[in-house]
Design a protein around this ligand. Structure first.
Ligand code: NAD
Length: 518
């Protein structure tokens, strides 16, 4: 394909997909969008880290050929187009790419460039790993217990964008049609005259491909469990169906490798008491069994029978080594990931739940400054790795913000490409830079004894630590800073770096207040 404004690097080759497997040459061309606002600083810092990781891991045998593609403000200024077709064409042709944050155009005819890219390329998985790097300031006591990977459905749900604004002709027409076809349901709308309307489509295919990807991931990386998070108690035919389709798919396609939570109860009951009858097993599994209708009781008996039929492959404790499939209600999940994070591992959930959950979890391990993300279609191979934060315009071009989110998105990208050694070096580099407490302002302000460095310098620190042993870690999770205040690197008149205190003006007053409270 020929491009008008995109320069395709001469020395590189395309990533392709064959029989569902990514074919990555040693000189892949990777399209990138640097991003708006802080994206410019972050990209400059991140690309150095990526190139250094590849160079250190493969000593020149592998090299990325970066290809700039345009979207957002930069594209609008250059070509009067927020998202040129060329950009989506390039992501389509070269399969794997990375992007910084983009401004959401106001009145540009596109709701969000990120959402548009996901939809155009049908990137149905939003992958959000959430892990803790020792030393990162966190608002919780045991952030190290958080180690989850969220598979958020990226295309459907209320995010499909089917909405009818109150007062619009479309809204009137929709409500008229709805009233005619479904008068009983229409009557449930409390204030029909002034209601805006949104639709929540959730399909079997959309659900199954997401959950299939999550199970494959969990099996590949030997994770303990997959939790289907939903609000099926209220939205039975969307969120509830998501759960039911998920369990059915897991049993149909991965039977020997998985066990559901209820099956573990059935098998466990039998193991504890080999003489247990089906009836008694059903009573233990379902404590309200006696109060159930005969049909309900029958279905529980059938479930117990089906569970016991797994004995040859799952009985005698064999189920303990299988991937555990369970589910939990979204609101309960939001409580439990906070108080019992160790019980959650891989999570598959729908679009809106996933949006809330991934940001809430990111906050637990130190905020959106370092939360990576990816949008993937595992069938076509298309994948765009991206920062999960926005453009933070007030910090644009100050060389100040944390480039960690894009850098860790690149780490995910390398893993997706099978360049594991480069990915491991990035994890080591960023983990050690944080342990040495040489960090950007967002971390430094909550880390005693930290050296605050610029966005570009943090990239340099990561590279420096890729092949060095990190210092011992101090944990500052959920603690009030007690030690020295963060220091900022400044360049003296002789050009030497020296630490400078950045104590807040009112810190003296604050400490007096704290003392008087004791
Ligand atoms: N993926 C994306 O492209 C994406 C995501 C969210 C928002 N946006 C867009 O970005 C613009 C600004 O959105 P916003 O202000 O709501 O969210 P934002 O994420 O840009 O900024 C919110 C706050 O988070 C902090 N922050 C963000 N990135 C940081 C980093 N790398 N290091 C340290 N701190 C960081 C800053 O304190 C900032 O003020 C809007 O146009 C929005 O539509 C884009």
């Amino acid at each position: 394909m020929t491009y008008q404004n995109i320069q395709v690097p001469a020395g590189g080759a395309k990533i392709t997909i064959k029989n569902g497997k990514l074919q990555v040459p040693d000189n892949p061309i990777l399209p990138f969008v640097e991003g708006d606002g802080t994206g410019r600083d972050i990209w400059r810092s991140a690309v150095r880290v990526f190139d250094a990781a590849v160079e250190k891991a493969y000593k020149g045998r592998r090299k990325i050929h970066w290809m700039e593609v345009y979207a957002g403000e930069k594209s609008f200024k250059k070509f009067n187009n927020w998202l040129p077709d060329e950009t989506t064409d390039a992501f389509r042709e070269f399969l794997v790419g990375i992007k910084g944050p983009l401004t959401t155009p106001i009145g540009g005819g596109i709701r969000s460039l990120n959402v548009a890219l996901r939809k155009i390329l049908d990137l149905y998985v939003c992958l959000r790993p959430v892990r803790y790097f020792p030393g990162v300031p966190s608002p919780v006591r045991n952030p190290e217990r958080v180690n989850m990977v969220i598979f958020r459905e990226n295309i459907e749900d209320i995010y499909a964008g089917i909405e009818f604004a109150h007062g619009s002709e479309e809204n009137q027409k929709f409500k008229q049609l709805f009233k005619e076809a479904f008068p009983k349901e229409f009557a449930k709308i409390r204030f029909p005259e002034t209601s805006g309307i949104g639709l929540k489509p959730v399909s079997a295919e959309g659900t199954e491909r997401l959950i299939r990807a999550a199970i494959r991931y969990a099996l590949l990386y030997k994770r303990r469990s997959l939790n289907l998070v939903h609000k099926g108690n209220i939205m039975k035919f969307t969120e509830g169906a998501f759960k039911d389709w998920g369990y059915a798919l897991a049993k149909r396609e991965f039977r020997d490798q998985i066990v559901t939570e209820r099956e573990t109860w059935i098998l466990g009951n039998k193991e504890n008491d080999p003489g247990l009858s089906v009836e008694d097993n059903a009573k233990v599994v379902e404590p309200g069994f006696k109060m159930m209708s005969p049909e309900q009781q029958n279905s529980i008996r059938k479930e117990v029978d089906a569970g016991l039929a797994l004995w040859p492959t799952h009985g005698d404790g064999k189920w303990k080594s299988k991937l555990l499939i369970k589910d939990s209600i979204a609101d309960v999940t939001l409580q439990f990931v906070l108080v019992r994070p160790q019980d959650y591992d891989v999570i598959a959930t729908m679009n809106l739940n996933g949006d809330y959950l991934s940001d809430a979890l990111a906050a637990q391990v130190g905020g959106i400054g370092i939360a990576p993300g990816a949008n993937i279609n595992y069938e076509t191979g298309h994948a765009i790795f991206e920062a999960t934060h926005g453009t933070a315009p007030k910090y644009a071009d100050l060389d100040k913000v944390n480039p960690g989110s894009v850098i860790l998105s690149g780490e995910l990208m390398f893993r997706y490409m099978g360049w594991t050694e480069a990915a491991d070096l990035i994890i080591k580099g960023i983990g050690s830079a944080i342990q040495s407490r040489t960090v950007t302002f967002d971390f430094a302000r909550n880390m005693p004894d930290a050296i605050e460095v610029k966005c570009s310098e943090f990239g340099g620190e990561i590279i420096k630590w890729m092949d060095k042993t990190p210092p011992a870690v101090k944990s500052y999770a959920a603690s009030t800073p007690k030690g020295k205040k963060a220091v900022k690197r400044a360049v003296s008149s002789k050009g030497k770096k020296k630490p400078v205190k950045t104590a807040r003006k009112n810190s003296a007053r604050k400490s007096v207040k704290r003392k008087s409270k004791r």
